[in-house]
Design a protein. Structure first.
Length: 303
């Protein structure tokens, strides 16, 4: 049975930490201001705007210690990761979830934070939130419906999202626990203690900046490892900033994905608004959803 952390109320504290790539503190200021306007206290970790001179937002030890402290601190009610990039894999096996299991809280983020989502769900059956991170609030975007979806989600309002139909969609209705995240990270986790089981669940995937052939390779690995077998449903999010090789692969990214998934008989939705771009609805990993794929549109609603 999935554990749902307590939803937030005004006056609760949200901690911001960067467990992976570096982020300048000024890039998170609009996010901090918005969270405070929503009525929350904000505790900013030292990894945000750290003095690190390399790719990461501090050493492995610094990132590990700060995330551990936020997981253990009863005065922090949710953890919003500043950004993704790369780095959670380097610290995930050193994290101690003993106190977190007893008093779970919302962990929020996407991209490299897929590692945290998958690990927490697979090992502890605790829900978390795949959602926009700090930089997504900038340039006036804190007013958009996707940031609003994060606000509603942490307050406990159930999601009900719609998007347009796509020619490759496979119509039908699916219900089940929602799991997934960044495709390259999900593939990276296969065979590790953070690996996810997909049978009977609704899987969503998205990615950015990948070559078409490498996306095909990753999807083939999902298929060969039986991750695509016996799903309740499949949601294909945004595959953005796609690159091709000098000798073209010969198919669009949508055609590549469709070629691999068309043999399955469960509902499949293409171009759902979950991505590395601003179109990134908040989704609860582990929560029960219903996916309805019709002729005119797609609806994803939390049960």
């Amino acid at each position: 049975m999935i554990k749902i952390p307590p939803y937030l109320k005004k006056g609760d504290t949200i901690g911001i930490t960067c467990p992976a790539g570096y982020m300048a503190k000024e890039k998170a200021q609009t996010c901090i201001d918005t969270l405070q306007q929503w009525g929350f206290e904000v505790m900013v970790g030292k990894t945000l705007g750290s003095k690190s001179l390399d790719y990461f937002s501090g050493t492995d030890e610094e990132r590990l210690n700060e995330l551990q402290a936020m997981l253990d601190d009863d005065h922090i009610h949710a953890i919003l990761c500043g950004r993704g990039g790369y780095g959670v894999t380097r610290i995930i096996d050193q994290l101690d979830f003993t106190r977190f299991k007893k008093k779970p809280k919302w962990v929020i983020g996407f991209s490299d934070i897929t590692v945290l989502h998958a690990h927490i769900f697979s090992n502890y059956k605790i829900a978390s939130i795949h959602a926009p991170m700090a930089a997504a609030f900038n340039n006036g975007e804190y007013k958009n419906e996707f940031i609003a979806s994060l606000h509603k989600t942490i307050l406990g309002k159930k999601a009900n999202y719609k998007c347009a139909a796509h020619p490759f969609n496979k119509k039908g209705i699916a219900t089940g626990e929602l799991i997934g995240g960044n495709l390259s990270l999900l593939v990276h986790l296969i065979g590790t203690p953070s690996d996810i089981k997909t049978k009977g669940r609704i899987l969503f995937i998205e990615d950015i900046g990948e070559l078409i052939y490498s996306t095909d390779r990753m999807l083939q690995q999902l298929k060969r490892s039986s991750k695509l077998d016996m799903l309740a449903g499949l949601i294909i999010g945004g595959f953005t900033d796609v690159k091709d090789t000098d000798r073209p692969f010969g198919k669009t990214i949508e055609e590549v994905i469709n070629d691999i998934v068309k043999e399955y008989d469960y509902p499949v939705c293409f171009n759902f608004p979950v991505s590395h771009e601003k179109e990134n609805y908040a989704l609860k990993i582990g929560a029960q959803y219903m996916l309805k794929i019709g002729k005119k549109n797609v609806q994803l609603s939390e049960l």
